[in-house]
Design a protein around this ligand. Sequence first.
Ligand code: BGC
Length: 269
Amino acid sequence: MKLDGKVALVTGSSQGIGQEIVLRLAEAGANVVINYRSHPEGAEDTLAKVEAIGGQCYMADCPNHPPNSRGYTVQADLGSVDEVRQLIADSIQHFGKLDILVNNAGIEKHAPFWNVTEADYDAVMNVNLKGVFFATQIFVNHLMDTKRTGKVINISSVHEELPFPNFTAYCASKGGLRMMTRNLAVELGALGITINNVAPGAIETPINTKLLNDPEKLNALLKNIPLGRLGQPQDVANLVTFLASAEADYITGSTFVVDGGLLWNYQEQ
Ligand code: BGC
């Protein structure tokens, strides 16, 4: 399979898009580290699904861990650089290496600009931007130390381009991610490390619980989506799996929008 022998870490993979990415990567043959912050039951559910896919750990004879699971769960808050460091160290210790980093964990807080608190601003920026920056830095150092190439895939958002009133810190974090990706594509190219963004639109996941429970808002949004439906986590996960594979070796510094046409749907009435 495409990712046989590879090890992937997917941050924020106890639910939603992250969980689906883990499952697609595992189906493609990878060993997967499942990270969660506050939903151990979600991480256990992801792990059970990975184990149901079957297949042996690529290190089946490794004395350090039970040989028959291709999944491993680690608790860590991506908003803390110390915890990010521990997460990556744990992953490498468990599976011997990392080849693929999917920076998926992300949060958003709704508030008009004039009411945004410093605590909410920091929470959003720390997980969505600082966490990605340092997770990528630590991952790149691991690849350099072991003289290997690898792939970084960031789950960004259409809001790295598109304004989203009442979510200014979120948009700033995703806009920052866009520039981080372009910069690192240049800086990491000589190391054979690629980095790309996947930018989902409105996907049916827990981050959208409020919207999903508000028929009026949901219908207004659906009218703006040319394909006429919300996205599903697998719409995003399929592309991530491709970008993680050798088939995407020549692709770096790009953002790929997965939004049913939402971003470019301006219409004069
Ligand atoms: C946000 C969702 C929003 C979607 C489309 C995503 O980045 O997380 O809350 O519905 O963009 O606007």
